[in-house]
Ligand binder design. Structure first.
Ligand SMILES: [Zn+2]
Ligand SMILES: [Zn+2]
Length: 625
């Protein structure tokens, strides 16, 4: 059987027998750990953070079978390092000729992220490739057009005055009137760019966007020895003042069909444990918000994970690249993550899920904000108008939990750009209190052998006397400064917005724990193998595989080579889409009818969308805070 081990250094697997003496795997474990790991300190634990840990050596004579460990069990490993000065990330230094550098010669290690330099680009608008959506939104005029008002306008039908002339997409009154709490990213960009030079004028144009940067600049123009030996006002990060972020990189999350969420939730319904999945989809213009962006979710892939009643732990995801590639073939990318945090009330009369996340507790915990920030850092949004060629991220984080009425509901968030940079710069850490984020302490870090420069962090709040005061965020500050709330919903019943995948019937991956297996026989059923085989280049064939989980399964079987798979699939897929576009764009009877008869109609965007089960997925309006 295979056991999965998780340590602070990463993950690995070992193949053992139930009859193996646990203490005998120590040499194999040490091989996977850093060279300076102390053998006698290696301990295993069924839970993260070393709860109920036992040292490997002490388990002499005890077999894996006796501990009840079965195939696939995740085990957490902890160990101490021999060298108190190492920070766990740095290997012993070597000279170019291969000889070791004596410890006293080496500079203290610095727990700074690898890519420390900000990487400013010259004329990013010439070289940066943006998403097609950003290119499209760049070209839009964006002005909000208004009808002339017979009460206020004193001009003819062709005239225009202050009362009716088009207004900017970031117009404060308009946003307030429509209860829009954050301007869209592109409106924000217009606002910053207002009155600046036109980029056509070349080098005199300054890109209006700059990302926050809280690290010591390793390329200091003052030419002193690099940090930690030298630091000056030019290379040290300035004090951070946290404020609520006024713009949103993504305004809205749209689930292409309620079935996508419903199937995801079945894991909780059938097993009572929490679940996490990555959302694959595409970004589109969101017309409700001026120059807005929405993430359209077409499928949720559920990676290997350990599920418990109070949370999930991600496991090794071996085919991650393969799934990303498959999604790309379908024109999709990873747009975000979704996880459940559902607790049933003891009294079913109360509702289906306790409302734990609300204005007086938290919406995303400090740990979840760090998790979201890491993913946002991994998926930056390319921008021609940022001095680094990128700005923020379009990666979203959705939570399924109890809402104010104790029903299961969805909420969508992003961490602020400041949060993402605070995580990149490694200056914050989650606290046991979910509402509070900790700022790392320079002295504590130094004691751990990490020479750090942690800038001052402040935030502003209204105090008990109603005054706007500045507070020092060390050692901790409220997480709400790092969070942006998005809206979510489902598409209007409109054929042009049909979901990308018409089926959701096939078993979902990595649900062995529930006894839901992806079975070749079920695939045969989908493909009606045998007498009347489905061929992938027919409309019926497309329908048969129009399920992201079927496609992932076919790919995992490796029966179609990497080359033939996309060809067979993409040609059929494109045909399917061409048909659909014909049908929706033209009512002419000359076009071939779309073969998608059994398509499940997406629910309309109301609070009463039909779900086969307990709950209707309403659309969230802006939250009143
Ligand atoms: Zn007018
Ligand atoms: Zn300097």
């Amino acid at each position: 059987m295979i056991l999965r081990f998780q340590s602070r250094e990463g993950q690995f697997r070992l193949n053992v027998e139930p009859t193996t003496d646990i203490s005998t795997i120590l040499p194999d474990v040490l091989e996977k750990l850093p060279k300076d790991a102390v053998a006698s300190s290696v301990s295993i634990s069924p839970k993260p953070h070393g709860a109920e840990a036992r040292s490997l050596e002490s388990l002499k004579g005890i077999t894996f079978g006796r501990l009840g460990l079965t195939h696939g069990t995740q085990i957490f490993i902890d160990f101490k390092s021999d060298e108190p000065h190492a920070n766990g990330h740095s290997l012993p230094a070597n000279r170019l000729n291969g000889t070791d550098v004596a410890p006293e010669e080496a500079a203290s290690s610095i727990a700074l992220p690898q890519d420390s330099s900000q990487g400013l680009l010259k004329n990013p608008w010439e070289t940066v490739v943006q998403s097609p959506l950003d290119d499209r939104l760049d070209k839009l005029d964006g002005k909000i057009h208004r009808k002339s008002d017979p009460k206020l306008c004193r001009h003819g039908p062709k005239g225009m005055c202050d009362e009716c002339q088009p207004i900017e997409p970031y117009n404060k009154e308009y946003l307030a009137e429509h209860k829009i709490k954050h301007v869209s990213y592109h409106s924000y960009l217009r606002k910053l760019n207002q009155g600046k030079n036109k980029y056509q004028q070349g080098s005199s144009y300054m890109p209006p966007l700059s990302e926050p940067y809280y690290r010591v600049n390793p390329n200091c123009p003052s030419k002193h020895a690099p940090f930690p030996k030298g630091i000056c006002t030019k290379c040290q990060p300035s004090a951070i003042t946290l404020q609520p972020q006024e713009y949103r990189m993504v305004d809205h999350v749209e689930f292409a069909s309620s079935e996508i969420v419903d199937k995801f939730l079945n894991f909780y319904r059938n097993g009572g444990a929490q679940r996490i999945g990555f959302m694959y989809g595409h970004y589109e213009e969101y017309e409700i918000i001026p120059l807005g962006t929405k993430a359209v979710v077409e499928a949720i892939y559920e990676p290997p994970q350990v599920n418990e009643v109070d949370g999930v732990t991600l496991g090794d995801w071996d085919n991650e690249d393969s799934i990303d590639e498959l999604a790309a073939m379908c024109g999709l990318s990873r747009v975000g993550v979704i996880f459940t945090d559902i607790t049933r009330p003891d009294d079913p009369e109360v509702g289906t899920a306790i409302c734990k996340r609300h204005i007086d507790s938290f919406f995303l915990s400090s740990l979840e904000i760090m998790f979201a920030s890491r993913y946002q850092a991994r998926y930056p949004r390319p921008s021609k108008w940022s001095e680094t060629g990128k700005f923020g991220s379009s990666f979203v984080t959705c939570v399924v939990s109890g809402d104010e009425t104790n029903q299961i509901g969805i909420s969508a968030y992003q961490a602020s750009n400041a949060a993402v940079e605070m995580v990149r710069a490694d200056i914050i850490e989650p606290s046991a209190d979910p509402t509070v984020m900790l700022v790392k302490d320079e002295d504590e870090e130094n004691e751990l052998g990490r020479v750090r420069y942690i800038p001052e962090v402040f935030y502003r709040r209204i105090n008990e006397y109603g005054r706007n005061v500045q507070e020092n965020a060390k050692p901790s500050f409220p997480v709400e400064y790092l969070l942006i709330t998005l809206t979510h919903g489902f598409p209007k019943d409109d054929a042009s917005k049909a979901p990308r995948f018409v089926k959701n019937a096939f078993a979902i991956e990595n649900r062995d724990a529930l006894g839901e297996l992806q079975d070749p026989r079920d695939l045969q059923k989908e493909l009606r193998a045998g007498a009347n085989k489905v061929t992938l280049d027919t409309a019926g064939g497309v329908l048969a595989v129009s399920d992201f989980h079927v496609l992932c399964y076919i790919r995992s079987l490796g029966v179609l080579s990497k080359v033939s798979f996309p060809l067979a699939f993409i040609t059929s897929f494109q045909r399917h889409f061409t048909n659909r576009i014909f049908r929706t764009k033209s009512s002419s009877s000359a076009t071939r009818p779309c073969p998608t008869t059994p398509r499940l109609a997406p629910p309309s965007c109301t609070h009463q969308v039909g779900l086969p089960s307990r709950r209707s997925w309403g659309c969230s309006a802006e939250r009143s805070e």
